[in-house]
Design a protein around this ligand. Structure first.
Ligand SMILES: Cc1cc2nc3c(=O)[nH]c(=O)nc-3n(C[C@H](O)[C@H](O)[C@H](O)COP(=O)(O)O)c2cc1C
Length: 220
């Protein structure tokens, strides 16, 4: 797949088939993704690939906490408020998603069900977790973002789907237990990966973007 086509056609997938992603394909995706740039080639990222029993363990634990409305304690705290411009974008994306799914604004139970699907990797058996050591700072988190985007694009170019998920790192104590990591390892992002259901409505939602002129200023 040509690069511009990959960038323009990628979208988050949120409904996967219950089949494992072959490990050699994950190796291929990660080998390419690890070509991501980083500050002075510091390569701050550490990656845990969750499959099989490890995924079952994580899903069972994080789903339970989320269904009990436990807010968790992410290593990188979730935003508690947003400026107006971002609120507008967020609300528009949410409205479009729930309208596409035929879920009304006040159907809290259905909305919760959709949200909780996050915590079972959207039905996939596979998720990739990116974490860093506590000695690393802001710039290393940025480096990890570049790695994450590479992963999303390589997954897409391989014909599979992925969704980057802050929700997957909401309960990092469970992840450290699952991956046998010390407390100093801090989780940045989880990415569910899998063979996605092509006809699923949620997998066919195309999010919008602000116009070029509203995001970019040219200076001569
Ligand atoms: C850092 C980050 C965290 C995200 N966390 C979640 C999440 O927890 N759950 C989810 O369903 N989507 C999550 N997303 C996906 C975004 O909602 C999605 O990228 C955005 O709406 C644009 O849609 P697109 O990816 O289909 O282009 C996250 C994306 C990023 C970059």
């Amino acid at each position: 797949m040509e690069l511009f086509e990959a960038v323009l056609t990628r979208s988050s997938k949120r409904d996967f088939k219950d089949i494992p992603v072959p490990l050699d394909l994950i190796d291929k995706i990660l080998t390419a993704s690890l070509r991501a740039p980083s500050w002075s080639n510091s390569q701050p990222w550490e990656i845990a690939v969750s499959t099989g029993k490890t995924s079952d363990f994580i899903k069972q634990r994080i789903y339970k906490r989320a269904s009990e409305d436990d807010p968790g304690s992410p290593d990188f705290p979730f935003p508690i408020s947003w400026p107006e411009k971002q609120i507008t974008n967020i609300l528009e994306a949410g409205k479009h998603r729930y309208e596409s799914l035929g879920i009304s604004r006040d159907d809290g139970a259905k909305r919760k069900e959709v949200a909780l699907y996050n915590y079972v990797f959207f039905g996939s058996q596979t998720a990739i977790f990116i974490y860093i050591d506590e000695d690393l700072g802001h710039w290393s988190v940025l480096d990890c973002g570049m790695l994450a985007q590479n992963i999303l694009l390589c997954v897409h170019a391989s014909g599979l789907g992925a969704c980057p998920q802050a929700y997957l790192v909401r309960y990092p104590d469970i992840l450290r237990e699952a991956f046998k990591l010390p407390k100093r390892k801090r989780f940045i992002l989880g990415i569910s990966i899998g063979f996605y259901k092509k006809d699923s409505i949620i997998n066919n939602i195309k999010t919008s973007r602000v116009k070029l002129k509203d995001a970019v200023t040219y200076y001569d």
